[in-house]
Each structure stands twice: as structure tokens, then as C-alpha cells.
Ligand binder design. Sequence first.
Ligand code: FAD
Length: 455
Amino acid sequence: MRAGVIGAGIGGLAAACLLRQRGYEVDVYEKEALPGGRALTIDAHTSLETYRQLLERFDMWVPFARPSLEDIFAGGLEGYRLDLGFHLMGGGDQAAPMQILSSLGIKQDIIGSRLGFIGESVDYPYLSLTDKLAMLPRIMQLLLSRKKTIAALERVPMSETIQKYGRGKMKLTLELFPRLITTVNDLHRISTGETFWAQRELMGSHPVSYPVGGLGSLARNLAHWLEGHGGRLLHREVEKVVIDRGTARGIVAETEEDYDLVVSNLPAQDTFTIADPDAFPAPYVREMKSLEGTGSLCAWYALNHLDSWLLGKAFTFIEREAGVEGNDAAGMIDFKTACPETALAPSGKYLVQAYIICTPEEARDPATAARLREVLDRHLTRLVPRWEQHLEWALYPAIWHLDGMAKTIDRPKPDVVTPVRHFYLVGDSTKAKGVGINCAADSARVLMQKLDAPG
Ligand SMILES: Cc1cc2nc3c(=O)[nH]c(=O)nc-3n(C[C@H](O)[C@H](O)[C@H](O)COP(=O)(O)OP(=O)(O)OC[C@H]3O[C@@H](n4cnc5c(N)ncnc54)[C@H](O)[C@@H]3O)c2cc1C
């Protein structure tokens, strides 16, 4: 059996490896020079022109840079490696990409941590033992609930759950984590059940982690495994999926190749750039085309000094009355990328990453981006009071396609199975556990379950 996978993002590569493990002959088509999709890591060899192309291809722009982008790329990046924007994996060894890598026998080191909170005081960890004990009965009740109970909560907005259960630190917890888990600020749009699913999956693991060697090492490791096990990574842009009487039969990328199975790793809403919409039911096409991603403003701060107590830690915050949809905006500042073992900065320098959630439109709006940048800088000042004196450069990339599709109460993500036979979707815009990298990787496991299912 031959499988053609379109896109070497985390979802596409994970699917390709799992298919290869099942004995398929696998070809992965990737239009970019580097595998990894939105989870790629660039370095000083990346030209400003290439960086600009990547920004455009992955729905991003850089509203601010200190000094200018031109100056940063003219030598400032020497010795640094950075991802397209802030990245942390939800969970440690329990995260879906980690479980897939481990099932393939690939060793990937990570730096995991708990989470702190920047409020009236800076607390690390965010929950003290006393807080945990006070909240434990309620949390256990929710997290250990039977699947049926959680499923019933899927249609309950988080705002309603907060009204019911939100007191003291529990209220703050319910205001903060669902936002961070979904990358959506509006609590009316966040599903209580969905959030608890994601949280339950990661129980017992580090709340957040970052791969040693940069985020791009996940894709590099998967691609390396695939090629080492007889799969092929072809740097070609796919023009078309060949669909004949409701069945996918091949891929056109310079030449036409026949496949028994075609898997698209494109964001679901881009499916019809490579597949003829007339081969699908019209309501399906309409629904898919209308899907929306999530947004954020990220920041990379390159510092030449950092107090060692911060290394490896991550801090969350909520900016009240932030002038964004949902009123309050949640964000994070992370110092895992500043750890020397990640090798993302030259010796004696520290790369700090931050992000604040907003909608896709807000991420495109210069005035909102300016307000949110000020929020990020202000929260960094709480942790590193004189960071501006130690600043080598700062980059603030904004993205309006962070998660492939906003996982909200009103819009479930589409299934990996499509109405066209033998044509499947994987990636963060499909129905799988968690969001972002976790969802992208888990979608590959969901696909395997569907293929293994009888009939
Ligand atoms: C700035 C930023 C910050 C983020 N922060 C986080 C975070 O903190 N935590 C988290 O979990 N997630 C985060 N994410 C999301 C995470 O990066 C994505 O969820 C994940 O990388 C998506 O993987 P994917 O497999 O779904 O698809 P993608 O990464 O989009 O991969 C799709 C691939 O398909 C290729 N392709 C497209 N069209 C074609 C074609 N016609 N032919 C061949 N190839 C094609 C693309 O080049 C790409 O490589 C962030 C994303 C960004 C951009």
C-alpha cells in the first residue's frame, strides 16, 4: 500500500511515520526547504528575505522590532536559533508528540516546568500547597469524572462554569488555564468539557515543556526517522489531489503519482487549494472554508544578562480590560528557551519568549498589536526589572493562524475522515486532543485508529 502525505508539519510527519510503521510505502511532499511547518526553527543562516517569506506563508507579520528587522538580520542573529514565535508544549513526556517519538524509539530531551503567575505578587509555582489542597476536591471531581460527564460539559461555556464554581483561586484558575489551553480569550466561547479533556490527558506530566535543541528538533527527528526507515521526504509543492468518482487516487506535484491513501496536512480551510471542491458535498466545503484560526502577539527578547532563578521557569498572567475580545487577555513569559541546554542563544546570552492571546483580526491590527506589546513588556519588567538595559534585540511576531482552528463551543473541528474515500486530514485544525502541537500530533494517532477500525 502507498501513502502520499501533503505537508511536513508535525501532523504530516507524525502520520507519515506511523503509516510507515504499519508497513505503508510513504512519500511526504513539502513545499518549503525545511520540514516542520509552523513548528520550524530558523537561525543566523536564514536571510531576511526567507524570513519574510516564511512570515507570509504562515500568516504572520512583525509589527515591531528593536532595532529594525534589517539590523537584527544583519548580524544580530549570530549564534541564535528561534522558532516562528512563542512555543511551549502542553504536558511533558505525556504530550502527544513526545509519546509518538517515544513509540518510534526516538529520544527527545525536553525541559519541563510548572507555571508561575504574575499578579499582585509574582508566585512560582502559581498554586501553593494550601491552594492545591483547597481546590483538590473540586478539581478531582471534575478531572476524574466519567467520560459521559465531561461530554455533557462540552456544550457548557467556561463563563457559566466560573459562575458556578469560581471562588478565590479557583476562579482565577478557571479564567486563566482554559484561555491558555484554547488560545481564545472569550470565556463564553470556550467549552468546559473540551478544556477538561485536554487537562485530563496531561495529568501527572509537567504542565508545560520545551524540546531541547529548539522546537524544530521535533520535525527534524521525525523526518530523520522516516527517511532512515525507507520513507521519502520530497521537497515539492503539491498542485492537486487526484480524485476520481469520490475516491482519492493520487497526487500531482510536478509529476502524477498514484497512492492508495492521500493525507493532507494543510490547515483544513486550505484543503480546496489542492482538492477540487466539486468532489465534496457543498455544505462540507462551506463549513471548511469558514473555519478560523486563533491569534496572538509573540515576543522574542535576546538579553545579555538574566538572573539564574528564572532559567527554565514559565509565568502566566491575565491582563484585565485589555481591549480585546473577551475583555481580559491571557499570556505567558517563558525562560525555558533561555536555558543553555536548549542551545538557542550564544554563550552568555539568553532568549526569552512571550505571547499574549488575541483574535486573528486583533493580531492584524497595528493599534491592538501596539497595546499588547506594551502589556508583554510590562509583564517582563515584573520579572526582569532592567531588561531594557540588557536587551540585544527584540522581535514581536504577530500571528493570525496560531492554532489551525479555534476550538470553540460553537465550532467543532472537522474529522480526519473526509467525505472523499481514501482522503484524510491531519494537523491542528482537525478533531484530536488538545490544541497546537499536541492536536497536530494526536491527529496522526486518530487517523491510525480510524484506519485500524474494521470496515
Ligand atoms: C507563532 C506561533 C506560536 C505558536 N505557539 C504554540 C504553542 O505555544 N503551543 C502549541 O502547542 N502550538 C503553538 N503553535 C501552533 C503550532 O505551531 C501548530 O499547531 C503546529 O505546528 C501545526 O502543525 P500542523 O501539522 O497542523 O501543520 P503546519 O505546521 O501548518 O504544517 C503544514 C505543512 O504543509 C506544508 N504545505 C502547505 N501547502 C502545501 C502544498 N501545497 N504542498 C506541499 N506542502 C504544503 C506547509 O509548508 C507546512 O510545512 C504556534 C504557532 C505559531 C505560528
